[in-house]
Design a protein around this ligand. Structure first.
Ligand SMILES: *Cc1c(COP(=O)(O)O)cnc(C)c1O
Length: 218
């Protein structure tokens, strides 16, 4: 079942798009099943859960932090995390930089952009993202790289609205990708989940984050 779902989704992906298996709340045995089916990118939204699972899976798994990240928890994932999708301010970036330096690493980060028509979701506005990318404080951060943007569309059946939100994020991505700074190197646009990944692919996603369509409802 898990393998079938993964193979089905992967068969739909264009060359520039990769699948992140979102494994939050799922037991390690299910992650191992996804790994055996060829998955190497895993997404978790809770630091503690990711840190618990990481040593139980093979070392070539790339761990993606997709949920809101508190500064005081960065240290638990800094030794191994592959990409942090949920950066929403320079303070958090400074803490990620500090913990990355302690581990002699450079940690890749995405700026989370608020694109949904909902108050409850985290993220920066387009203006806030633009000003973050021109913040002089970035110059001191040699142990992070900002490699793109992430967004969550509104939870709705209205495909027109979802597509419009993804298009807005892609437009912002294309604009900010022209920013020239040593630690800004746009390559990833993280958008699309179980319910809307097909639309996201059509609108230019490079990373889809799919949980329930692979592992069942949570
Ligand atoms: C849980 C989660 C997903 C996956 O959601 P599904 O609808 O199960 O595919 C994707 N992105 C984020 C940020 C999530 O928290």
């Amino acid at each position: 079942m898990i393998a079938e779902a993964i193979h089905q989704i992967e068969s739909e992906l264009p060359a520039q798009t990769r699948l992140i298996a979102v494994t939050k709340t799922k037991p390690v045995a299910m992650l191992q099943e996804a790994y055996n089916a060829g998955c190497r990118l895993f997404g978790e939204n809770k630091v503690q859960e990711m840190a618990d699972k990481q040593p139980q899976l093979p070392a070539d798994v790339q761990w993606h932090q997709i949920g809101h990240l508190q500064s005081n928890k960065v240290k638990y994932i800094a030794p191994f995390v592959s990409l942090i999708h949920s950066v929403d301010g320079v303070k958090l970036l400074q803490e990620i930089n500090k913990q990355a330096a302690k581990n002699n690493r450079v940690i890749d980060c995405l700026l989370q952009i608020h694109i949904a028509d909902e108050d409850t979701k985290f993220g920066l506005s387009a203006d806030e993202a633009e000003s973050l990318l021109s913040d002089p404080a970035l110059d001191a951060l040699n142990n992070i790289r900002i490699t793109g943007l992430m967004g969550l569309a509104t939870n709705t059946d209205d495909e027109t609205q979802i597509r419009r939100e993804f298009q807005g994020l892609k437009t912002l991505y294309d604009k900010l990708a022209t920013v020239q700074r040593p630690n800004v190197l746009f390559a990833e646009l993280s958008m699309g989940m179980s319910g809307d990944y097909k639309l996201a692919i059509e609108e230019g996603s490079t990373l889809i984050r799919v949980g329930s369509a692979i592992f069942g409802a949570r």
